[in-house]
Design a protein around this ligand. Structure first.
Ligand SMILES: NC(=O)c1ccc[n+]([C@@H]2O[C@H](COP(=O)([O-])OP(=O)(O)OC[C@H]3O[C@@H](n4cnc5c(N)ncnc54)[C@H](O)[C@@H]3O)[C@@H](O)[C@H]2O)c1
Length: 358
């Protein structure tokens, strides 16, 4: 099997937490080049990985012949230009969410990738939680019946600390929406399908964070109608005091349908709560072991902290799709769908009205 060469652009938090350990699990894969615009970060990554080809300029990296695919893990405003550069050179692309700053730019990347015939993937990492995979499987099998409601709630306590690029609109696009809600919008699409219209509100609770201006929302809520007729309520906050900042803080999603209800909580990665229509209430449903890892993933689910290690299956899915010349799950098109909802939510909050989705 040909060894695939992967370039990583952006060597900050998420590359160290998710992408490098994920790639390390994949057979016949080599990180062949690293890029970070910050020379000190790049040097730290070079020392940590032993990868000798490095550059502070992504253009130099994405054109290399020993690079088959590019992982983009930079601040949001840089995703689109880096993705276009990689696609122009015929490279497969795994890009962090949100794919770009607006749906037009996001769609342009997806169309360019399709035209170039490269594999493309949006890093909606929480799709890889075993309990979410099992829930999506049950819903697909019809266990929910006709969907009535989708509900999600992501509550974290980020306090008033400085969030760097994440608190600057021209660098991040949106605040809590792109950071956290984007994943839960993707859950909604996975479980209930596309939305028809929505109304949203946002709030910047801290316009200053440690002396630096923040022009992005700390809180967002969306009320939605799906094309299926189901209703949706989604809320996400960075300022839910006392809720803790880590991924162990509340990440809850629930679906109610004509046959049953299901409750998902990321922290309970191998369990769902479920109740049948007319039944006595919710009961625990264990996730079958076959759902502990993504199909084909070599990861041992008994190794490491399962709340961390499910994320590594994302890199496996990207590599496996490249090898088998099939679409990635989730693809750029899922990123476009989520961005359409985010744009509509921003607009709805601005004009204080319901907004229809395309
Ligand atoms: N999928 C997830 O669960 C998840 C989790 C966290 C972050 N993210 C996403 O990952 C991306 C990065 O987040 P992070 O937390 O790692 O941020 P970070 O600030 O820790 O790292 C970003 C890195 O990109 C570098 N960079 C900036 N501009 C660059 C450019 N033009 N070329 C090359 N390098 C550049 C920075 O120097 C920095 O080292 C964001 O889009 C974020 O939304 C996704």
């Amino acid at each position: 099997m040909k060894t695939l060469g992967i370039a990583i652009v952006g060597c900050g938090g998420i590359t160290l937490q998710n992408h490098l350990p994920g790639l390390a699990l994949c057979a016949d894969v080599r990180v062949s080049a690293l890029c970070d615009s910050d020379a000190a970060t790049l040097e730290r990554a070079r020392q940590q990985t032993g990868v000798t080809v490095t550059s502070t300029n992504y253009e130099e990296i994405v054109k290399r012949e020993d690079v088959d695919a590019v992982i983009i893990a930079t601040p949001n405003f840089t995703h689109a230009p880096i993705a276009h550069a990689a696609i122009r050179h015929g490279k497969h692309v795994l890009c962090e969410k949100p794919l770009a700053l607006n749906v037009g730019d996001t769609r342009a990347i997806a169309e360019a990738a399709d035209r170039a015939g490269v594999r493309h993937m949006t890093a909606f990492t929480y799709r890889f939680v075993p309990a979410m995979r099992y829930l999506a499987h049950l819903v697909k099998q019809g266990a929910l019946g006709q969907p009535y409601h989708y509900r999600s709630c992501r509550l974290q306590d980020w306090g008033t600390r400085n969030l760097g690029w994440r608190q600057v609109k021209k660098l991040a696009g949106t605040g809590e929406m792109g950071d956290m809600l984007s994943h839960r919008i993707d859950f909604a699409h996975l479980l209930v399908g596309p939305m028809r219209r929505l109304v949203a509100n946002t709030r910047t609770v801290h316009p200053q964070r440690q002396g630096a201006a923040s022009d992005l929302e700390d809180w967002v809520a969306i009320m939605a109608e799906f094309q299926s007729g189901a209703t949706g309520v989604l809320e996400s906050s960075k300022v839910a005091s006392g809720r803790n900042e880590s991924w162990r803080s509340l990440d809850y999603a629930e679906v109610n349908g004509s046959e049953a209800s299901f409750v998902f909580i990321t922290g309970e990665w191998n369990k769902l709560q479920t109740g049948k229509v007319g039944g006595p209430g919710l009961q625990t449903l264990e996730v079958p072991r076959e759902f502990y890892t993504w199909p084909g993933s070599p990861r041992d689910p008994d190794q490491g902290d399962p709340l961390v290690t499910f994320r590594y299956d994302q890199a496996f899915e990207f590599i496996d799709a490249i090898r088998n010349q099939r679409p990635c799950t989730p693809s750029f098109h899922d990123g476009v769908l989520a961005q359409g909802v985010m744009d509509a939510a921003v607009r709805s909050a601005e004009i204080r009205q319901w907004v229809d989705l395309d």
